[in-house]
Design a protein around this ligand. Structure first.
Ligand SMILES: [Zn+2]
Length: 216
């Protein structure tokens, strides 16, 4: 099965891609328990998204469902709680065909450690993002506060989203979103983000250790 099918896809392809993404993200530690949600744009204008409440490392085809462009269920299942955020991304980014939301441990730790704006600077892994061809850049990672009110979160994101440096944002103390032309690119961006956020956490730990004398 290819994860590189670009453009809006059929439901079967989307289901296969989403189930495989869950297995891969779980194996990388970015899908603890039932957390996260994944989607793909479909060729009829709707999109496929994970059904709420299933373990993402053990997804089955029945755990993926269709929702309309506004995120409302088109079948008798309950879509992921954050489906509205996926529909916002597809509306604002017509070239986005896949979207992944993961609960990265490093992302949670980093946004607990600091309230400051997060800049990802000088990383070789930044080249995984579209339009970036050198490590010698600094990108600002859009960060928003966590809430259970998805409409409120959409409202907060609506203005800054079209201006993001990279196709990603982080919800503090929760996890991050990435979106791209196909599932493969989204998985690569997830892995790159998790790597850079892990390094950011480690750097802060080492600096704190050095500030404390480096002996404890
Ligand atoms: Zn989440």
């Amino acid at each position: 099965m290819s994860l590189r099918t670009e453009g809006p896809v059929g439901f079967q392809t989307a289901t296969d891609n989403i189930c495989e993404a869950g297995r891969l993200l779980h194996s990388m530690g970015m899908a603890p328990a039932t957390s996260g949600n994944y989607s793909m744009r479909l060729d009829d204008g709707s999109f496929a998204v994970t059904v709420s409440g299933f373990h993402k490392g053990r997804l089955e085809p029945d755990n993926v469902m269709r929702v309309c462009g506004e995120g409302k269920a088109l079948e008798d299942k309950k879509p992921s709680a954050e489906t509205l955020l996926h529909s916002q991304i597809y509306r604002l980014f017509p070239d986005a065909n896949a979207c992944l939301h993961v609960h990265s441990t490093a992302g949670v730790i980093l946004t607990r450690l600091t309230r400051a704006v997060i800049h990802l600077k000088g990383y070789e892994m930044l080249k995984i993002f579209p339009g970036i061809h050198s490590h010698d850049v600094s990108v600002k990672l859009l960060a928003v506060e966590n809430t259970q009110d998805m409409q409120a979160l959409c409202d907060v994101l609506e203005k800054p989203l079209p201006k993001v440096d990279i196709p990603a944002y982080i919800i503090r103390n929760h996890g991050f979103y990435v979106w791209g032309k196909d599932m493969e690119s989204c998985l690569n961006m997830c892995e790159a983000m998790d790597h850079m956020l892990s390094v950011e956490v480690s750097i802060r730990k080492l600096r704190a250790h050095a500030r404390n004398g480096g002996t404890k």
